[in-house]
Write a protein that binds this ligand. Structure first.
Ligand SMILES: NC(=O)c1ccc[n+]([C@@H]2O[C@H](COP(=O)([O-])OP(=O)(O)OC[C@H]3O[C@@H](n4cnc5c(N)ncnc54)[C@H](OP(=O)(O)O)[C@@H]3O)[C@@H](O)[C@H]2O)c1
Length: 325
């Protein structure tokens, strides 16, 4: 069994120091621990996404080196502009950045993968990404109806993209434990990452342990869970003013949002907090001057209710739907 090793080095940049240590992936590449999320939930092809360009720039200025995007966020062009602005202003070089993007469900046929990544690269204005993920194990046709493509076939396309140097590493997202195992058992290249939802109401302890024991790093999306408004008034606690989190926040002189991000880091995860607000972007990476005790991590685990923020029930009858509840 391969266990992820944590590298306590900090990547040094030209003008703005990185705030984020890295973990070493199972292919030897290094991934910065905190990624700026750029998906906005309500993304559409015509959405105004100028805010993403600013967010990416502010994030790099604040010390982030890892940016998370996806073809389906329709913001790769703006992510690329933010990166180009930062490079033009000598904040960083391309080599110091770690850029993740994702293959959407309607491009799962093996021969579609490389062209899909090339299209993402063109939008991003990059020659390569650092990490390319299969966004979901579910395949759909162009009209959104189910397509019966085995994700092992998709994975072969991912391996080809890696061999061509279009991406340094390849991984998956929203795969359950048996799907992760199936890819590992039947492929040349092991996924380096499984990006899944993890937060205090959906702690995913079994799946996280399963991946980490196999050397597959876990990126935690929707890291704030229901601390932030999701228009679900009956969602289980914690909220941002929860007494358990407030007490920890007082102890460490941090906000409850920072406590939750640090909780994820202390579980060996790579949180992907999204913000388009400059102050919150800065706050969300100011996490490396404290850590929670194992007891505090357990206390937050106790909030778990297996309730998801992202629950694509409209896909539940599609082949390879990964969530069982
Ligand atoms: N692989 C997948 O299937 C998948 C699915 C969902 C998400 N993701 C990735 O994960 C990222 C994050 O997930 P998410 O956007 O669902 O949720 P999130 O990061 O947990 O929450 C984002 C919300 O929290 C607010 N916020 C950010 N920092 C805050 C702070 N310090 N204090 C208070 N509020 C704060 C943001 O508002 P402001 O912008 O106003 O700060 C926004 O409303 C996405 O952007 C995307 O990159 C991946």
């Amino acid at each position: 069994m391969r266990v992820i090793s944590f590298i306590l080095t900090t990547c040094v940049s030209l003008a703005v120091a990185s705030k984020s240590p890295c973990i070493e992936l199972n292919d030897g590449n290094k991934m910065p621990i905190v990624a700026l999320g750029t998906g906005r939930g309500t993304a559409s092809e015509n959405a105004n996404v100028d805010e993403v360009r600013h967010a990416v720039y502010w994030a790099i200025e604040a010390g982030y080196r890892h940016i998370d995007t996806a073809a389906i966020y329709f913001d790769e062009t703006q992510v690329g502009q933010g990166i180009a602005d930062a490079i033009a202003n000598n904040l960083v070089t391309r080599e110091e950045l770690f850029i993740t993007t994702k293959l959407w469900n309607d491009k799962h046929h093996r021969e579609q993968v490389v062209p899909a990544l090339k299209e993402s690269l063109q939008k991003l204005g990059l020659d390569y990404v650092d990490l390319y993920l299969i966004h979901f194990p579910i395949a759909v046709k162009a009209d959104g109806s189910p397509d019966d493509v085995d994700y092992l076939e998709t994975w072969q396309g991912m391996e080809e993209a890696r061999e061509l140097g279009l991406t340094r590493s390849i991984g998956v997202s929203n795969f359950n434990a048996s799907q992760v195992d199936r890819v590992i058992a039947h492929s040349k290249v092991c996924p380096v990452v499984n990006q899944i939802e993890v937060n205090p109401t959906n702690t995913q302890e079994e799946l996280v342990a399963h991946c980490q024991e196999r050397g597959v790093a876990v990126m935690a999306y929707s890291p704030f869970g229901f601390l932030v408004s999701r228009n679900k008034p009956n969602a289980p606690p914690p909220r941002a003013d929860d007494p358990v989190l407030v007490e920890m926040a007082k102890k460490y002189k941090k906000t409850t949002s920072q406590i939750v991000l640090r909780y994820l880091i202390d579980r060996g995860l790579v949180p992907v907090p999204k913000s388009a607000n400059k102050n919150r972007i800065v706050q969300n990476i100011d996490l490396f001057d404290f850590s929670l005790t194992p007891e505090e991590v357990q206390q937050i685990n106790k909030f778990n209710k297996n309730v998801r923020v992202i629950h694509p029930v409209h896909l539940k009858d599609y082949p390879n739907y990964p969530f069982w509840e």
